[in-house]
Design a protein around this ligand. Structure first.
Ligand code: SME
Length: 161
């Protein structure tokens, strides 16, 4: 496997995602272990975009349980429908939150977190198996470009849960 992720300087966000996606694909291609792959995936995203917090919550016994992440410590369990993660899971929908203070029931793991995107990851039966949660320390950091490319990353994992 590659030993580092290479992203050119001075690219737009979309160009960075375009460079990153095939690198994540090849990073996970020959490794069957889900946790190892999720761990490298969130590290690649986190350091490419300098996010505040980047990580996965995995569906286990009808709860979201903290999985691989980069950033400060975070809450370990989230119930269906609770917070942004639980809402994205319940509705099987990517959620973009420009200002976390305006999201009813937002679960604050860090006062630095200002905006957030949560993308459900599906298994081969189209059931939510995990969510990718990314926090920024800036307001309105996420848009449809993030949603599009993060959902593309989700499809790389579809048959791996
Ligand atoms: N803010 C999330 C909780 C997880 S932390 O941000 C890492 C939520 O409202 O679901």
């Amino acid at each position: 496997m590659a030993e580092e992720i290479i992203i050119s300087n001075h690219l737009t966000k979309e160009e960075k995602y375009k460079q990153l996606l095939p690198q994540i694909a090849s990073l996970i291609e020959h490794e069957p272990d889900l946790i190892a792959n999720l761990a490298n995936c969130c590290a690649a995203l986190h350091f490419t975009f300098n996010f505040w917090w980047t990580g996965f919550y995995l569906v286990k016994n009808n709860e979201l349980v903290l999985g691989p992440f980069q950033g400060p410590i975070a809450c370990t369990r989230i119930k269906k429908g609770k917070g942004v993660c639980g809402a994205a899971w319940e509705n099987s929908k990517t959620l973009i939150v420009p200002d976390v203070n305006s999201f009813p029931g937002h679960i604050s793991c860090s006062s630095e977190s200002k905006s957030e995107i949560v993308v459900p990851f599906y298994d081969e039966n189209q059931q939510v198996a995990a969510v990718l949660d990314i926090d920024s320390n800036q307001y309105s950091n996420f848009d449809q470009t993030d949603a599009k490319y993060l959902e593309n990353i989700c499809t790389l994992f579809r048959f791996r849960f």
